[in-house]
Design a protein. Structure first.
Lengths: 653, 127, 177
């Protein structure tokens, strides 16, 4: 019982910290006196850290007096997966969320401590405290992580099999949540600016660094999530347009629009209402995303178990949107800039198109995700909205976005001079044509691939040209290293990352080759130019799992696809794929079936095949590794952008 | 060379290459291409959102076999999809029927496109 | 109409309110998927054996003439926990309406199965399946799997995943029709 009470008291302390912070900010706003918000934020952080310490202690020592530990841990769970078990189920994941939220709140209040008297900072702090308080409140009620386990259990169920066979479980959730939580900051400041009516000050510009941090984390988190699914789910794919995946994509889409749109506000003071709306929308979509993930309303392999949280989370989403939209309706018209966009093909005009595309695509993805629910409510039957639909909408959007990436960095502000634009894009345009000719000569002819390569060359060309310009300017000033902190450098590197990612996605999906091969021990076969040889079985058994591995060699490298049974009360059996990866192609091998009459491996049995032979699923995907490379580049670019200089800081382009 | 001329030259090259690409591209309406395409449109019955093209579950293999048999028997794509729908229910298709409520899924993106075009026109007019 | 932020904001608000209300009233999925199984349209294989918890042996042949719902479950299976109350509710509801529910214990120990049935108050009999013979005949790869057999003894539906009471009602109504 002690652990339960320790944990709960820690959560109460965290809640008191949040509520105290809210009250403190209200009082400070009304009476215009100094605010002790920093202390309350510290208290809140201390509370959640203590709660997490209690939970981690219980997990690492396999203390089953907590029901959460009994359900997500076992005595033989390795240390890493005991630690990550904290966020492997619903209640614990909320603790991770509150931890990051408390850290962010404290960080923001500390960063602006010299402006603590500013009404905008006070309102923003108030909102950040409220968000933290809301999630803590959920954990004190419906999603209590510290429920006592009355039964005397000697062994727990262990984590979900798919959450304990890959170390990415330690990185993906924290990064993803950092992204989600990070977007509460622009949101809080947007609301604060609307309430106080002060949109013209430095505050919108201040948000840039926080937004880049959140966006970078979210992007990396999503790419790592795709990589993780790719490695464990067994179908060789990395994105299924699954409701939970879409839930993370939606805020990313509006956040990307936001990150671009604030550039225009920074340079020309336009798009103020767009930016405030995008900040509200991004955070609202984050909450909607947690609803999809935790309410059980939509079926997903990534969802946490269904619970009663659905109505509560939707209620929060509702409040956020009503408050945000209400404030915008009230103040919005007064905030619009006097000037407008001069020409649709000017830099600003292209950013308008960018905003519309990203927001439009987000709306379509949201519609596709909730459509099965709508259909069932109206027609009573079930439908599925899957990859064919989303891909058909995503493809044209991607084409236009690549085009925008190819043109916008080279277009001037305020005006559109076609001659100048052609001058700047000419080299990339010719390079694109040459690339297409080369592709056609070498037999790469599918339209999707050809179009993707052409546009990628153009987009990369624009990015490289901009980078070259910044580098030349930096060299001329005698400080070439300063190019790393030039305004556009981070962004252009992100664009290059996106191009690499796009090429990886299009090539791996257009030229994927799947085969089911049956091999007896010692036999080999060729799939799409890759030599696959099966060499025999190998049984592995330790405290954590028993697995039947297959000794397979692909192109000379040894792989061990397996069927693994994780011990624990559940005893689930999952397939463990094996991947041979290089920059040119990935070969994805799964142990699909074994011949003969029976097997202790847990694999499917095919009686018509001789015993000792196996059926392997072999999928060859060219350029798949480019996805992860692209993701890494995007992360690098975001980091550079975080540290970049402000516009007025030196005489740059 | 003037700007205009250099752009025109590039356009000619571009159009030539595009024509070349279109002409060279094999139009796969043979049986295996049809089967592959149909497989991406049908959901694996025991999975949530994987198509039978990518899933190796027993039920997916069974459906793949069924599609291949029907294609070789000469049935049209539409007939094959409809027969699968009647055996498993509408949710077996990965894209909802475009009639009725399903039309909404296509109207909304088109509407978005219209907004994009309209805003571009409005910006041009305002000058 | 002059483009106004207030109008767009209010429109967005209305749409979101509608969406929120809609989503708030959705129920979590308890769905089983209707699957194509090789048994569909064929005579149902034999389900007979010792009754869980003791008592006379059970054979579904004795219930020929009624609609039979055969549910494969195990004490270690999570979704079986979800569907256990639904099956019992349904069994009780239909007990005088020509529908019979029979469980088959899938790959489990007798003691664990008995504890599960007792804990979840199972209102229908279950058959122990030593050696997994019945499981094999039905081609069940993982619980929970439910088969609906019509009055003539032919398998008419296979549901994989946890069933809800509503799903059972709909499936059985189709059979009786």
């Amino acid at each position: 019982m002690t652990l339960t009470w320790l944990g709960r008291v820690a959560l109460y302390i965290c809640f008191v910290g949040s509520i105290g912070g809210v009250i403190e900010q209200i009082v400070a706003l009304r009476h215009r006196r100094a605010s002790r918000a920093l202390w309350w934020a510290g208290l809140s952080l201390a509370g959640i850290v203590a709660a997490i310490a209690v939970m981690e202690f219980a997990l690492v020592t396999h203390n089953f007096s907590l029901a959460y530990v009994a359900e997500n841990n076992a005595t033989f769970t390795p240390l890493l997966y005991s630690i990550t078990g904290m966020w492997s189920a619903l209640e614990g994941s909320l603790m991770l969320w509150v931890l990051l939220q408390s850290l962010v709140t404290l960080g923001v209040l500390f960063y602006y401590r010299r402006d603590a008297a500013d009404a905008v900072v006070r309102w923003a702090g108030l909102i950040l405290f409220s968000i933290g308080g809301f999630f803590t409140l959920i954990m004190m009620g419906p999603a209590d992580p510290f429920i006592h386990n009355a039964a005397l259990v000697h062994q727990g169920a262990g984590p979900n099999a798919l959450l304990q066979d890959n170390p990415l479980v330690a990185i993906h959730p924290p990064l993803l949540y950092l992204g989600f939580v990070g977007f509460s900051v622009p949101f809080a400041f947007a609301i604060a600016m609307l309430i106080t009516g002060r949109v013209q000050d430095r505050w919108p510009l201040e948000q840039r660094r926080w937004t880049v941090l959140a966006w970078g984390s979210l992007s990396l988190g999503i790419v790592l999530g795709a990589w993780w699914s790719y490695q464990v789910l067994g179908w060789g794919g990395f994105w299924g347009w699954d409701p939970v995946e879409n839930a993370a994509l939606l805020p990313w889409l509006t956040a990307t629009a936001y990150i671009h749109s604030v550039i225009v506000q920074d340079r020309r003071g336009l798009f103020r209402v767009w930016n405030l709306s995008l900040a509200v929308a991004t955070f609202a979509l984050t909450i909607l995303g947690t609803f999809f993930t935790r309410s059980g309303v939509l079926v997903s392999v990534h969802a946490f178990s269904s619970s009663t949280l659905g109505p509560i989370l939707i209620g929060f989403f509702f409040v956020i949107v009503v408050v945000g939209a209400g404030l915008l309706a009230w103040r919005g018209d007064r905030l619009r800039a006097r000037v407008g966009v001069d020409h649709p093909l000017s830099r600003e005009g292209l950013f308008v198109a960018n905003n519309i595309l990203f927001v439009g695509f987000a709306i379509v993805v949201l519609l596709g995700t909730v459509f099965p629910l709508l259909y069932q409510a109206i027609n009573g039957t079930q439908v599925t909205v899957g990859t064919p639909y989303f891909a058909s909408v995503a493809a044209p959007v991607a084409v236009v976005l690549l085009l925008l990436m190819a043109i916008a960095p080279l277009v001037s502000w305020r005006s559109a001079d076609a001659k100048v634009l052609w001058e700047r894009t000419r080299v990339s345009a010719w390079a694109g044509v040459v690339a297409v000719v080369l592709l056609l000569i070498f037999g790469v002819r599918r339209p999707a691939e050809v179009v993707a390569v052409f546009l990628s060359v153009l987009a990369a060309g624009a990015a490289l040209r901009t980078l070259r310009g910044a580098l030349v300017a930096a060299i001329r000033r005698g400080a070439w290293r300063s190019v790393l902190r030039a305004p556009a450098t981070g962004g252009m590197i992100v664009h290059l990352g996106v191009v690499i990612l796009a090429l990886g996605i299009v090539t791996s999906t257009t030229y994927v080759r799947r085969a089911e091969v049956t091999l007896a021990s010692g036999q080999s076969t060729v799939v799409d130019g890759q030599l696959v040889r099966f060499m025999g079985f190998h049984a592995v058994s330790d405290a954590l799992r028993s697995a039947t591995q297959l000794k397979v060699s692909v192109d000379g490298h040894e792989l061990r696809p397996a069927v693994t049974t994780y011990h624990g009360r559940g005893g689930t059996t999952v397939g463990t794929p094996a991947i041979d990866s290089n920059l040119a192609r990935d070969v994805y091998v799964t142990f699909d079936a074994v011949g003969g009459n029976g097997s202790t491996s847990g694999a499917q049995v095919q009686n018509n095949l001789p015993a000792g032979s196996v059926v392997l699923g072999v999928t060859v995907e060219p350029l798949l590794a480019w996805l992860w490379l692209g993701g890494l580049t995007i992360g690098l670019g975001s980091a550079l952008s975080f540290f970049r200089r402000r516009y007025g800081d030196e005489a740059s382009k | 060379m003037t700007i205009l001329r250099s752009f025109a030259l590039w356009c000619v090259a571009f159009v030539a290459v595009v024509t070349f690409a279109v002409v060279l591209n094999p139009h796969g309406s043979n049986a295996s291409a049809r089967i592959a395409h149909l497989e991406t449109l049908v959901r694996c019955p025991s999975c949530d959102d994987l198509s039978v093209a990518v899933s190796n579950a027993t039920s997916a293999i069974a459906v793949r076999h069924e599609i291949a048999t029907k294609v070789h028997a000469g049935q049209s794509d539409n007939k094959i999809l409809t027969s699968l729908e009647s055996a498993y229910g509408t949710s077996i298709l990965l894209s909802p029927p475009t009639s009725g409520l399903g039309l909404l899924l296509w109207i909304v993106p088109l509407f978005g496109l219209l907004i994009l075009i309209a805003s571009a026109i409005r910006l041009t007019r305002r000058r | 109409m002059k483009r106004s932020v207030m109008v767009s904001a209010l429109t967005a608000m209305v749409v979101v309110v509608a969406l929120s209300l809609f989503l708030a009233t959705r129920h979590p999925v308890g769905g089983a998927t209707n699957t194509q199984s090789p048994l569909l349209g064929k005579m149902a294989p034999v389900v007979s054996g010792a009754r869980l918890g003791g008592g006379s042996p059970l054979n579904i042949k004795d219930d020929r003439g009624k609609v039979i719902v055969v549910n494969f479950w195990a004490s270690w299976c999570g979704p079986c926990v979800t569907e256990a109350p639904n099956l019992s509710t349904f069994a009780w509801q239909e007990r005088n309406r020509g529908v019979v529910v029979v469980g088959v214990v899938f790959d489990d120990t007798v003691s664990a199965a008995q504890a599960f049935a007792a804990h979840y108050g199972s209102l229908y009999p279950s058959v122990i399946d030593p050696g997994g013979v019945i499981t094999n005949r039905y081609g069940v790869t993982s619980p929970p799997t439910t088969f609906i057999i019509n009055a003539k003894g032919v398998v008419v539906a296979t549901l994989i995943g946890p069933v809800s009471t509503r799903q059972l009602e709909v499936a059985v109504a189709k059979v009786k029709a």
